[in-house]
Design a binder for this molecule. Structure first.
Ligand SMILES: Nc1ncnc2c1ncn2[C@@H]1O[C@H](COP(=O)(O)OP(=O)(O)O)[C@@H](O)[C@H]1O
Ligand SMILES: [Mg+2]
Length: 230
C-alpha cells in the first residue's frame, strides 16, 4: 500500500515590511512513499519553503495539504511523526556523541530500545567505530552519516533532505547520495530532496524544477503519470 502527501492548490507568500514575497500559487502535487523526488532551482525561489510545507512543518498561505496513511487521512502532527529530516548543516547536538544523537528522537518518545536501535543504525551508516565521537570530532561526511541514521531510526514513511550534500566535497557527496538512496530503498521510505547537485537530482525518480512562481516536472524516470500532477 502506498502512503502519500498531497498538495491541493497550495499558495505561499510572506509579508515583510509591507513587501509581499510570493513563492508560488495553485500548486498541486502528490508525493508517494514508494518514490524519490528531487526539487531543484535557484536560491531564494522557495525550495526550502516547499519542503517544509510538504513535511507539515509550515502551513501554506492558501490551499491544503493532506496525508493519506494506510487509507486514513492523518493530521499534520502525525505526518511530522512519520517524517525524518536531513539538513545541509547536519544539525547534530554538539554535546551528544554519535550514538546518542541517533538515539535522541527515540528517547524523546520514551522508547526503551532507543540505544539498541541507534546502534543498529550507526552500523547501517558504517560508523560503529565512531559511536563515542561528538560532532566536532567527526568529519562533515561522518556527521551527515549520523544525521542520516537519526532520520531513519524512527522508521519514517518519508525522509526530507534540504541540500544534504551542500557542505561536502565531491567524493563524499557521492557516498552520502548513495547512502540516502539505499536506505530509502531498503526501508521503503519516500525521499524528497532539495539539491543543487545534478548528480543527486538525476538519481531521483522524479525531478521538479522551481522557477519564479512555477514548479514543473522536468524528469520522470518511471515514465508514468501515477502520483504526479503539477
Ligand atoms: N520565514 C520567512 N519569513 C519571510 N521570508 C521568508 C521566510 N522564509 C523564507 N523567506 C523568503 O522566501 C524566499 C524563499 O526562501 P526559501 O524557501 O528558503 O528559498 P530556497 O530554499 O529556494 O533558497 C526567500 O526570498 C526568503 O528570503
Ligand atoms: Mg533553501
Amino acid at each position: 500500500m502506498s502512503n502519500a502527501i498531497s498538495l491541493s492548490n497550495v499558495g505561499h507568500h510572506f509579508k515583510m515590511n509591507k513587501q509581499k514575497i510570493s513563492l508560488f500559487d495553485n500548486l498541486s502535487m502528490k508525493i508517494s512513499d514508494k518514490h524519490s523526488y528531487a526539487i531543484v532551482g535557484p536560491s531564494g525561489v522557495g525550495k526550502s519553503s516547499l519542503l517544509l510545507i510538504l513535511a507539515g512543518l509550515e502551513t501554506p498561505t492558501s490551499g491544503s495539504v493532506s496525508f493519506e496513511y494506510n487509507d486514513k487521512t492523518l493530521s499534520n502532527l502525525q505526518l511530522r511523526q512519520k517524517s525524518g529530516f536531513i539538513f545541509q548543516q547536519f544539525h547534530l547536538l554538539p554535546e551528544l556523541d554519535a550514538l546518542n544523537n541517533i538515539a535522541l528522537p527515540l528517547k524523546l518518545k520514551g522508547d526503551k530500545l532507543a540505544l539498541d536501535k541507534a546502534l543498529f543504525w550507526l552500523k547501517q551508516v558504517g560508523l560503529e567505530y565512531r559511536s563515542k565521537h561528538k560532532p566536532n570530532e567527526l568529519s562533515g561526511g561522518e556527521q551527515q552519516r549520523v544525521a542520516i541514521a537519526r532520520a531513519f531510526v524512527t522508521e519514517p514513511s518519508f525522509v526530507f533532505a534540504d541540500e544534504p550534500t551542500g557542505n561536502l566535497d565531491e567524493q563524499t557527496a557521492i557516498e552520502i547520495t548513495e547512502l540516502m538512496f539505499s536506505c530509502c530503498k531498503v526501508n521503503n521510505t519516500g525521499l524528497i530532496v532539495v539539491t543543487h547537485s545534478q548528480e543527486l537530482s538525476s538519481r531521483a525518480d522524479y525531478c521538479y524544477q522551481m522557477s519564479k512562481g512555477k514548479v514543473n516536472l522536468v524528469n520522470n524516470k518511471l515514465d508514468s503519470v501515477t502520483g504526479v500532477a503539477v
